[in-house]
Design a binder for this molecule. Structure first.
Ligand code: NAP
Length: 924
């Protein structure tokens, strides 16, 4: 079946549901449902058999649920309704709770019931319950629902409060006042309040005079103090006295001041020197202690097996945590045991470097570097351990470097039902280190390693086992998994196979080292990481900021955000603060599709995103100037394609608020008449951009048009002044198709610097301008045309391949380098009326890393780029010293607003001097 997910965030439940359904052969398309439009557009495009909402905070439009079956996964028992179900169940200490799968309808959470499950509640935070009990119940319920749906005979049960098994009711949205803490209360009650708000929204309280949200609370059975007093600190956490004891709080988020967002950090980091008077309460990793307390890293030993636990919040590992874990590992490696089991934490094994801690430093690039080095140092110790057999026991989710950390062990086992993200690129094209180029292909083979790191999709423990990433996956609940691991480890330690296995491992390591030293893998990876952290491409820094701030950038970072990406949110917030992977969650729309190799670069979604940005820009313009920008479109004659294009531009212009009008001239219009109209538009103050539709009738010259349109209104970049400026790397209007290609590359964070880009076209509207823009991005560009010999040999070298030849399916799979980004500009009408691009989509999608479809790729962006340039023209004509914000226009490497530099350019390049009068107002 084709199933579309509408979800507010691709969180742990959504990811688990995704992998379970994909494993069962369904095609699943995840849509981050940020608006009604996104949902409507997705349904129109995908025609799904079924819609599932694993975690949706928005209402599904009636036109969708009236025509499609939409299943809502509600984290409450039958009859329960409202947005704070699990919060109330925890706060009210319910002993049993459940999950209900119901059909979307007019009333929220009151639709017909397809399935439900109940479970016993135990202590633990909302996020912990959500990742375990709720997710397991939801998956069972979802699989049952899908079987019922496929049977086509099942009739869901209407919600009927008179039924005995319907015990829930409508519950209000929980407010901060409902959770407010009085520190004289018993620990149990305070714990419930913090846990029912964990990990979102957090409970608001005052700590040492600072307003903060509190997260991740743990019992403390020994320490005591005056209620409310901070009595100890340990591993970044604070211990606070309650009415009958004390509790630990590991994380705080300072309440934003002046509306500025903030993010979660270890409590001691947030409170800083306010804690100077508070005593450290250190606990050695192997220290036995009475009762319950909080510790991040601890060790236990039994029957020649050492168990190293490391339970880092959300699986993130800071430089300090990596160093402490490495020291703990070295300590226990000296113990006379035979097997070491790395246990991770219950919810998370590891998610690699600690993005929040990196963001909190003054120099995030430097801290990123330190953090990856510390991870590498830890992984190296695991790989080179010759005294023990090492087992990784994944109780919880792992991502990026966290997955690779696990692979450094000799055996890798996981709990059934965990989800793995064995890739880095989703975080702003991060290359990744942790010796992944050694460890990953060793386990799964080179081809599969490439596939995993490029696909950016979550995988189930079942799939991971099938491809050899895991040795085995067993037991659904964490306690049974731990017990099973103990049995395995003890059996291994006492097995007669132990010594031969250890010897085999030493020999294999020696051979591997001779073939290629570990240090070489590390150096190669770090070279790429250095570029990610310190290079000109800021994608990683931007992606990290978006992730950390959950898309709500603080003011001081907004300029960077706009300048670099057009300001879209790369990562989404949700129940999980763990990394959410994939380029596609970056934007409204697709988040992952399971049944194909290449990522589909969805031009429609990007166009919607650009339109939203443009509407904001329009609002600012109208507020300031009192009128909307105007666009004049000129069409001579009746060319069908240009007629369609004109209509589209008029529609999109109306949609974003630009006043556009079409001047339709008869086919026999003379050159003088056309020139007169263009001069009139040049002088019309209400018109800020002029577009002349091509092709013109044969008797009219394109050159005359390019020479007549005022360069200040030349929004499609056809005049020689625009072309000259583009050539010189100065700010200029750009041909919109070429600029649309650049928009796609920018918005998908496709690296260009130093990469080989092949463009099939040398036309004035695509190939030549695109070649210039790519050169400005420091790509190595090859331009091909109809005289190029051995085209395939050149295209096969391309990291990025752009096809704009106007030849149906010219580019086939054997012409594409595996993993390449393929942009198809071609629009070719087939005799049967169908439209195809220049790329044979069906075969190339199996080879490429990412590909634009036709239709739905470059096309939808072209007209929005044009309109964006119209708004830019309007700002400039209004004399505004406005940043040149078009992503593609950032080619102006040495332009900016530097008037002196401009003067120097004018002195040396006569072609530029013509632009001076027009550009001057920008520097006033
Ligand atoms: P064009 O002016 O005809 O240019 C085509 C270019 O491709 C020329 O440089 C040509 O080489 C080269 N070429 C043709 N056949 C080739 C082959 N077999 N091998 C290598 N190179 C070859 O066309 P255009 O106006 O740039 O448009 C190109 C395509 O893009 C068309 O399909 C058009 O419909 C589409 N398009 C799409 C959009 C959009 O918004 N998506 C916008 C505009 C155009 P020579 O120079 O040697 O002839």
């Amino acid at each position: 079946m084709k199933i579309v997910f509408f979800t507010t965030a691709h969180n742990s439940l959504s990811q688990r549901a995704f992998v379970e359904l994909v494993d069962r052969g369904h095609t699943v398309i995840v849509v981050i449902a940020s608006s009604e439009d996104v949902m409507l557009e997705a349904v129109e495009r995908e025609h799904p058999d079924l819609i599932v909402a694993p975690m949706l905070k928005k209402v599904i439009p009636a036109s969708i649920w009236q025509q499609h079956t939409c299943i809502i996964v509600h984290p409450g028992i039958k009859g329960d309704r409202g947005p704070s179900s699990l919060d109330w169940a925890i706060l009210n200490a319910c002993e049993e709770w459940g999950v209900t799968l119901l059909q979307a309808g007019a009333e929220m959470d009151a639709g017909d019931i397809w399935a439900s499950r109940t479970f016993s509640m135990r202590g633990g935070s909302k996020s912990h319950l959500y990742r375990h009990e709720v997710t397991e119940a939801a998956i069972q319920g979802l699989l049952e629902t899908i079987a019922k749906f496929e049977s086509k005979t099942f009739v869901p049960e209407p919600l009927d409060y008179s039924r005995k098994d319907v015990k829930g009711c409508l519950q209000a949205c929980m407010k901060q006042a409902d959770r407010a803490i009085d520190w004289a209360e018993p620990s149990a009650s305070i714990l419930r309040k913090i846990r029912c708000a964990d990990s979102f929204p957090g409970i608001l309280d005052t700590v040492l005079g600072m307003q903060c949200y509190l997260y991740d609370a743990h019992e403390e059975d020994v320490l005591r103090g005056t209620p409310g007093q901070i009595i100890a600190k340990r591993d970044g956490a604070i211990c606070r006295a309650t009415g009958d004891g004390a509790i630990w709080i590991t994380h705080l988020k300072q309440k934003g001041t002046d509306g500025q967002p903030s993010f979660k950090l270890p409590a001691t980091h947030v409170l800083g020197d306010r804690l100077d008077h508070v005593q450290e309460a250190p606990l050695a990793v192997d220290q036995w202690c009475i009762g319950r307390t909080y510790r991040e890293i601890w060790y236990e030993e039994r029957h020649a097996v050492g168990y190293l636990h490391f339970d880092f919040y959300n699986g993130a590992m800071s430089t300090d945590q990596c160093q402490r874990l490495r020291e703990a590992f070295l300590l226990i490696r000296r113990r006379p045991t035979k097997v070491i089991v790395l246990m991770g934490g219950t919810d998370f094994w590891s998610n690699g470097i600690h993005l929040n801690m990196i963001e909190a430093t003054d120099d995030p690039a430097h801290e990123s570097w330190r953090n990856i080095q510390a991870m590498n140092d830890l992984v190296r110790e695991l790989i080179t351990t010759e005294s023990h057999l090492v087992i990784s026991a994944l109780q919880g989710t792992a991502g990026a470097g966290g997955v690779i950390l696990a692979l450094a062990a000799d055996c890798v086992y996981a709990r059934k039902g965990i989800v793995l993200h064995p890739h880095y690129k989703g975080m702003g094209n991060l290359y990744g280190s942790e010796y992944w180029t050694y460890l990953l292909p060793k386990r799964v083979g080179r081809e599969k390693a490439r596939e995993l790191t490029e696909a950016l999709l979550p995988i189930s423990s079942r799939t991971a086992q099938q491809i050899g990433l895991l040795d085995d996956a067993f037991e659904e609940d964490a306690a049974s998994f731990r017990e099973h691991i103990r049995e395995l480890a003890e059996e291994l330690a006492s097995s007669h196979r132990y010594e031969p296995m250890l010897e085999e491992k030493r020999q294999a390591r020696k051979n591997d080292e001779e073939r290629k030293p570990l240090q070489v893998y590390r150096n190669e990876e770090l070279q790429r990481m250095w570029l990610n952290f310190f290079g000109a491409d800021r994608s990683y820094h931007l992606a990290r900021k978006n992730f950390v701030y959950k898309g709500l950038m603080p003011d001081h970072d907004r300029g960077d955000e706009r300048g670099r990406t057009g300001g879209h949110v790369e990562f989404t917030a949700g129940h999980d603060a763990g990394w959410h992977y994939g380029r596609q969650p970056a934007r409204d729309g697709y988040c992952g599709r399971a049944s194909m190799t290449a990522e589909i670069l969805d031009g429609r979604a990007m166009s919607a995103e650009m339109k939203a940005e443009l509407r904001g820009e329009m609002r600012r313009f109208v507020e300031k100037q009192g009128q909307a920008p105007g666009l004049g479109i000129v069409r001579v004659g009746g060319d069908a394609a240009s007629g369609v294009y004109s209509k589209t531009i008029l529609r999109v212009a109306a949609d974003v608020g630009i006043t556009a009008h079409l001047e339709q001239l008869p086919v026999n219009t003379s050159a003088d008449e056309l020139r007169a109209l263009l001069v009139q538009l040049n002088n019309d103050q209400a018109v800020h951009g002029i577009l002349v539709q091509m092709p013109l009738p044969a008797h009219l010259s394109q050159k005359m048009v390019a020479a007549t349109i005022a360069s200040s209104k030349d929004i499609d970049g056809i005049s020689s002044r625009s072309v000259g400026n583009l050539f010189l790397g100065l700010p200029s209007f750009l041909p919109s198709t070429a600029a649309a290609v650049m928009e796609i590359l920018e918005r998908t964070h496709t690296p260009l610097e130093g990469r080989r880009v092949v463009v099939i076209s040398r036309s004035n509207v695509v190939g030549k301008p695109l070649g210039m823009m790519l050169l400005q991005k420091n790509a190595t560009v090859t331009i091909c045309h109809s005289y190029t010999t051995n085209l395939a040999a050149l295209t096969r070298q391309a990291d990025v391949l752009v096809a704009a030849a106007g030849r149906p399916r010219l580019v086939t799979d054997e012409m594409v380098k595996p993993g390449a980004v393929v942009i198809d500009v071609g629009i070719n009408a087939l005799p049967d009326g169908g439209i195809v691009g220049d790329v044979d989509f069906a075969s190339v999608r199996e080879v490429a890393g990412a590909i634009t479809p036709v239709p739905g790729g470059v096309g939808p962006l072209t007209n929005v780029v044009l309109l964006k340039q119209c708004v830019q023209a309007a700002w400039q004509l209004a004399g505004e010293k406005k940043e040149w914000t078009s992503t593609a226009c950032q080619i102006s490497a040495y332009a900016g607003n530097d008037a002196d530099h401009w003067h120097r350019m004018v002195a040396t390049h006569t072609i530029v001097s013509a632009s001076w009068e027009i550009a001057k107002p920008r520097f006033k």
